[in-house]
Design a protein around this ligand. Structure first.
Ligand code: AMP
Ligand code: GLY
Length: 420
């Protein structure tokens, strides 16, 4: 098969790394790709994956059999609809399905309609009403921009004043259009974990759980980031969590979407909070997690391409993903200034990977022979081992040999296993 992979982050490098191990793959083309993906196939850096007309041309020019969409933005822009209309196989939901991530209020509606345990919430377009609602409740306060905000639209705070200010920022359009709305949620306390699914035709096939670390600094301090590391397997989960998430979350969500006329094909990301009252959903995303995917792909023994191909052909119910016992720890090496204003253009020396480690590119770029930093999260160093401790040692040994000015990373990924 000739596959076009949309996206160019660490998640996509890990997906691509797994796809090229498939005997079914004839060629991998990535758009926009990154220097890591360039080692696995052709990359097309100058086309925007949200530009449906350009992607359709790319598909035709390269005789693509299947398009796999990594990030949410092309899906929210309707790339799957445009491809499906032309009979091109695509793994990723329609624009309507992508509302699960692009609209927090839509996701909440689906959860409520499907009876999925989650935090109660209300949506406001008026700042005065939103603030009056906040004033009636005790903290901590959870205030979310309703639309896509690249992971930066959520504030969880003890301070009513900060929560009020966030309401203003959301409604003034900092995270989207000026007519944006804001979602105020009940606060949930507990440890978080991510569970992913392959979905199509009302069938959901689960991945192993993974956990990420959102805060910038050791000990879970500092600002929220896109994720500073991850690990899998997660050892402190209820034994039936994956089954529970399939039966109580993924399948009911797919049925509820179906009831609304939306047939959902693609990855589904279920972010869970393990509260004292049991697991509850924090959010849905319509993609795999980044940086969780980088920790999961090296653990997957099944053929990912065969599974995705089956999903796009209505045969997902025959798929059973298998996982190795290997443990993985993914340490993100970030650029100077991340997450506020990452500096780019610093030269990277990739050092010498130790045995038992894999380096996935995220924010890197090429300038001739030189590899440069090109984004906030620069590289993902995944250590593998029989235990999390061994995987952690391997990841940090390789991370130490990689050099670029401003490199910073957390030193406790995989060491503190619970995240609160
Ligand atoms: P989201 O983008 O909705 O996943 O939110 C980003 C992060 O904010 C989550 O990973 C949680 O750490 C935190 N968060 C979101 N919603 C809640 C909530 N209702 N209660 C507590 N923490 C939350
Ligand atoms: N790891 C969090 C996310 O992908 O949204």
């Amino acid at each position: 098969m000739r596959v076009l992979l949309l996206g160019g982050g660490g998640r996509e490098h890990a997906i691509g790394w797994k796809l090229v191990q498939s005997p079914k793959l004839d060629a991998l083309i990535s758009c926009p790709g990154n220097p890591g993906l360039a080692e696995l196939g052709l990359v097309v850096p100058d086309i925007d994956p949200t530009d449906a007309a350009a992607i359709i041309k790319l598909v035709a020019a390269n005789s693509i059999d299947l398009v796999i969409v990594g990030p949410e933005a092309p899906l929210a822009a309707g790339i799957a609809d445009a491809l499906t209309d032309l009979g091109i196989a695509v793994f990723g939901p329609s624009k309507a399905g992508a509302q699960l991530e692009a609209s927090k209020s839509f996701a909440k509606d689906v959860m409520v309609g499907a009876g999925i345990p989650t935090a109660s919430s209300e949506t406001f377009t008026d700042a005065t009403l939103a603030k009056a609602h906040l004033a009636q409740t005790d903290g901590p306060y959870v205030v979310k921009a309703n639309g896509l905000a690249a992971g930066k639209g959520v504030l969880v705070t003890e301070s009513l004043q900060d929560a009020d200010a966030w309401v203003d920022e959301c409604l003034e359009g900092r995270f989207g259009s000026p007519d944006a709305s804001v979602v105020i949620e009940e606060y949930m306390d507990g440890d978080e974990v991510s569970v992913f699914f392959l979905c199509s035709d009302g069938v959901a096939v689960s991945f192993e759980p993974a956990r990420d670390y959102k805060r910038l600094s050791d000990g879970d301090h500092g600002p929220n980031t896109g994720g500073m590391g991850s690990y899998s397997p997660v050892d402190d989960l209820p034994a039936d969590l994956v089954e529970w998430t399939t039966e109580r979350v993924a399948l009911p969500a797919l049925s509820e979407l179906e009831r609304r006329g939306i047939s959902y094909t693609g990855f589904l990301y279920v972010g869970l909070m393990l509260t004292s009252d049991g697991p509850r959903v924090i959010e849905f995303n319509v993609r795999l997690g980044d940086p969780e995917t980088q920790a999961l792909m090296p653990r997957l023994s099944s053929d990912l391409l065969a599974a995705i191909d089956a999903a796009t052909r209505g045969a997902l119910s025959y798929v059973d993903l298998r996982w190795t016992e290997t443990a993985t720890v993914n340490v993100v090496l970030a650029a100077d200034g991340y997450p506020v204003a990452p500096r780019t253009g610093d030269e990277i020396d990739l050092g010498t990977p130790t045995e038992g480690s894999i380096v996935f590119h995220a924010g890197t770029s090429r300038d001739g022979d030189r590899l440069l930093t090109g984004g906030g999260r620069v590289l993902n160093v995944v250590g593998t081992g029989d235990t999390i401790d061994e995987a952690r040692m391997n990841a940090y040994a390789t991370a130490a040999t990689i050099k670029f000015t401003g490199k910073h990373f957390r030193t406790d990924i995989g060491a503190i296993r619970r995240d609160s």
